[in-house]
Design a protein around this ligand. Sequence first.
Ligand code: X8Z
Ligand code: ZN
Length: 607
Amino acid sequence: MAARSNARTTFALVAAIGIPIAACDAKLPDDDLSGVLDAYGREYRTLRQQAGEADWLLNTRIIPGDTTAASRSERAHLALAELAGDPRLQRWLRRQLEAGTPTPIERRQLEAILRSAAPYAAGYQSAVARRIRLENRQVETLFGFDFRVDGRSVTTSQIDGVLRTSRDEAERLKAWEASKEVGEALRPRLLELRDARNEPVRAFGYEDFADFKASAYEVGRDELLALTDELVADVWPLYRELHTWARYELADRYGAEVPTDLPAHWLPDRWGADWSALIESNRAELDRALAGRAPEWIVREAETFYRSVGFEPLPESFYERSSLYPAPPEADYRKNTHASAWHIDLERDVRALMSVEADARWYETTHHELGHIYYYLSYGRPEVPVFLRTGANRALHEAVGSLLGLASMQGAFLESRGLISGGRAPDDRRRALMREALRFVVFTPFSAGVMTRYEDELYRGAIDERSINRRWWELVRAYQGIAPPTERGERYADAASKTHITNDPAEYYDYAIAHALLFQLHDRIASDVLGQSPHDTNYFGEPRVGDVLRPLLEAGATRPWQSLIREATGEDLDGRAMAEYFSPLLERLREENRGRTHTLPSESPRG
Ligand code: X8Z
Ligand code: ZN
């Protein structure tokens, strides 16, 4: 059956470029590269749109036991797999590349099409079908999960609230443990899913799925891993000071001995990846200011910010089609509660999936998601070939919104928007810098270290049934200096409690790279373009910000990311700007930690 419909799909493609040819021996012409690329792009866009719509439904209306959405998504992805995985198409693409005649932009398209075909390698339909089914099952398990504390159902947002604010250690421990239960439910299919992801891309010539994911950066996997090691090394001296500061601060808070490793449940985030709620800062003041507002206000306010720096109004359909707020408690469905942005038709059908509540965390996340949306809108235009309507690399996609997120939390901006009172004395500024470090610096060992190494080892096959949880905690201890509060044996899969292990596999380093890049962009914009202190900017109403960003975004993937970054920042991608930004804090913390014992080594871990 698959072979017959393969022929049909190729026939559709051949027919689309106007060549009358029998379906059974459909052949793509060698002398009409741009015609085939156009036709393939149209066909691909249609199928991708159908898959996007199906996945949208699957993520916005999760009804336990109801398989309608999952079946629709499965069918749509299999149709896409048939098109992309057609071996004749792949042979043709390779032949075109080898012929050496394509123009640079055609070459980029051919390479992008070939890469996008790898998860659908010919002959691996059953692995593809298995992967799609497993992924959909895991999404349902993850977001349909009934988290419980003392027998009562709680949302992850409530769990996060306890971890951010509670000073009751027993309550924190229960919340933390409840948050990890979902890993147990995801564990039985974890290695099977890993294998289903590996199989087709291996057949296509990649070492494994992580190698395939890394290839989107057009540098080798090892080079990418070396870069992530460098990023950890760049922040390590400061992370080590923050770690020492937190051990002493929290031991005092909980009346305990100063521990060697930070107990995970002491930290204000389920993975110990964001410690910014540990201190009172403009974020806490923002929380109070937002508490009285409607969540809708936050989304409109974020759009206002983007427009004020020179971006267009969002299409009305964004508001009509997005799923922006939590499902009401009485709803008979659940939704994916992790924020994401969707480009449904690769043109102007852009949507965000969020559960915005009126607090500082969602305020920042909304700015992050709109960064993706504006990136989509910037390249979703006829001048950019369909296959290059994507980020120059994935990190750049993450960086845009995180940059505006950072800017939207700085004192001068918040004050100008009337969201905090004028309290920007030197002490407030010091606290703001500390808050940013607890957010951005603390995130790097988790993202560039733990997540990156864990997934790399997982897909290489270095992790098995006996080490799924053990290896996770070894990495957490080495990179973050964090330990589990209680014994976490092989019944658990604590890594799987992190959404990205299921939904965005083997690409978490994108965020670490994005953070390094965002400080480079921020430095360029604040210091060189606006002439403001990078520590206390107000981008609002400054179209010159858009002037820096727009050329970067409008190019999509038509040009190598390295050149685009060099043009926008004047330098190559690295962690220098981030380290420099935080250097005043490093000096202060060294002072504050004098006489205290550091438990992290002075050298950062290397993979
Ligand atoms: O997943 C996200 C975004 C969607 S791309 C909300 N982020 C990472 C996370 O939450 O783990 C943003 C930064 C880190
Ligand atoms: Zn993102």
